[in-house]
Write a protein that binds this ligand. Structure first.
Ligand code: URA
Length: 435
């Protein structure tokens, strides 16, 4: 097989066959095919796309580039949730232990924050001592005992994705639906799951800002998952404004704790319960979503979900004292409020701008190697649709950086206030399933 012929084929918008895709992906991940040839092929895919069959083959080729977990010896159905990411999205911290209380095994593998978008691993590591790297033995022992683990991607699982993603990042080829599909699903298939729930965010703060693009990605993901034998439901949810009130690692972890204690914001709870109910349906436990929502809410109200989270934190080395007493956490040097300068109704709250502001406060990273100030971030007092009186506090900024004052001034215009009443945007926009 000849690499030039393969590149030329995609350049000319022809369909590739399985052997050609394997040759390219395995050759690149083993270092036999250089970056410049892979980059040319990725750009050809970006411009000319791939059909469903090619996308499924690409996913398979990436999957077999590394090891796969073998979880069949563990009890319960293995179900995970993956979010395409957004601002204030701390759902995983609540959802994984919550669903595990129902006897579902949740082997959750998550990522880190980058740019305006947050990452579950950083939120967990905001808890002193919490380790997101477990040995295979620890992982099995913990899944057997607690039914849940929350860890980062390992070097052994899907090494092709790490290499290809880095090249896509450097060649403006991230935003391609078949490439995103294969990247997400190869990693999820490596977890040996019985079912997967995908939270596809759309709006200002989402990876897929455009609603039609989010729907197209959802369809591509469920179709490709089906072709690879994985029952999957994709839910398109709103990310025009942040989810919940807190943005920034520790602030979000604290809000997740409050939600597990039954005191979280309504939107965060609603999305979490909805995704959880779909996980229960995929596990074959409760076919009705409303029933799943009700049972999961009881697990929060009874304290079972918070208890499971505590046990998870303890098992992974985290300081559990912070869970019962979040006030022990170090305080930021500056706590700067933003006040409303007029009365009315909050009409817009751009999640992307707020996420970027958190990076400037020290709470996020522009590059993966940047350090993070876990305490930094923003807590909102108002969400879209809320009534505002002039002088009301709209948000509080937390940072050790004196530049927090400039950020506060710049953020004033993010809170767009309208004179007429505003409906909050719908949270759950669309559901697409393959089973
Ligand atoms: N998340 C991934 O894991 N891969 C992509 O390509 C995009 C988002």
């Amino acid at each position: 097989m000849n690499v030039l012929d393969i590149i030329a084929k995609k350049r000319d918008a022809q369909k590739m066959n399985r052997e050609e895709i394997d040759y390219l992906v395995i050759g690149f991940s083993k270092g036999r095919i250089p970056d410049y040839q892979m980059a040319a092929w990725l750009m050809a895919v970006y411009l000319n796309g791939m059909d469903a069959e090619e996308t499924a083959w690409l996913t398979q080729s990436m999957l077999v580039s590394g090891d796969r977990l073998r979880l069949d010896s563990l009890p319960g159905r293995k179900i995970d949730k993956h979010s395409t990411g957004g601002v204030g999205d701390k759902v995983s911290l609540i959802l994984a232990p919550l669903v595990a209380t129902m006897g579902v095994t949740v082997p959750m593998i998550s990522g880190r924050s980058l740019g305006h978008s947050g990452g579950t691993l950083d939120k967990l590591e905001a808890i002193a001592g919490f380790s997101t790297q477990l040995s295979v033995e620890q992982l099995f022992a913990q899944l057997e005992e607690l039914g849940v683990c929350m860890i980062g991607q390992t070097e052994e699982l899907v090494p092709a994705d790490k290499k290809i993603y880095a090249l896509r990042d450097a060649t403006a080829t991230i935003g391609s639906i078949p490439l995103i599909t294969a990247s997400i699903l190869s990693k999820k298939l490596a977890e040996d799951l019985d079912g997967l729930v995908l939270d596809i965010k759309t709006g200002h703060g989402a990876f897929m800002q455009n609603r039609d693009a989010a729907t197209a990605l959802a369809h591509s993901l469920v179709t490709t998952a089906k072709a690879n034998g994985l029952n999957t439901t994709a839910i398109v949810t709103d990310m025009d404004q942040p989810l919940g009130l807190a943005i920034g690692n520790w602030l979000e972890t604290r809000e997740a704790i409050q939600t597990l204690q039954g005191e979280g914001p309504r939107d965060l709870l609603l999305v979490t319960l909805h995704l959880g109910a779909h996980m229960l349906r995929l596990a074959g436990l409760l076919p009705e979503i409303e029933a799943g929502v009700g049972v999961l809410k009881q697990k929060i109200d009874s304290g079972a979900a918070f208890d499971r989270f505590k046990r998870l934190v303890k098992a992974q080395g985290g300081d559990c004292r912070l869970l019962d007493n979040p006030g022990l956490y170090p305080q930021s040097r500056y706590e700067i409020p933003i006040f409303a300068q007029e009365s009315g109704h909050l009409a817009e709250l751009n999640a992307r701008t707020l996420g970027q502001a958190v990076v400037r406060l020290g709470g996020g990273r522009e590059f993966l190697e940047d350090a993070i100030d876990y305490k930094a971030g923003i807590v909102l007092d108002k969400k879209i649709g809320d009534r505002i009186q002039k002088g009301d506090r709209l948000a509080q900024l937390y940072s050790d950086r004196p530049s927090v004052h400039d950020v506060a001034v710049e953020l004033q215009s993010v809170f767009r206030i309208a004179s007429q009443a505003v409906e909050p945007p719908p949270l759950i926009i669309e559901e697409i399933t393959n089973h």
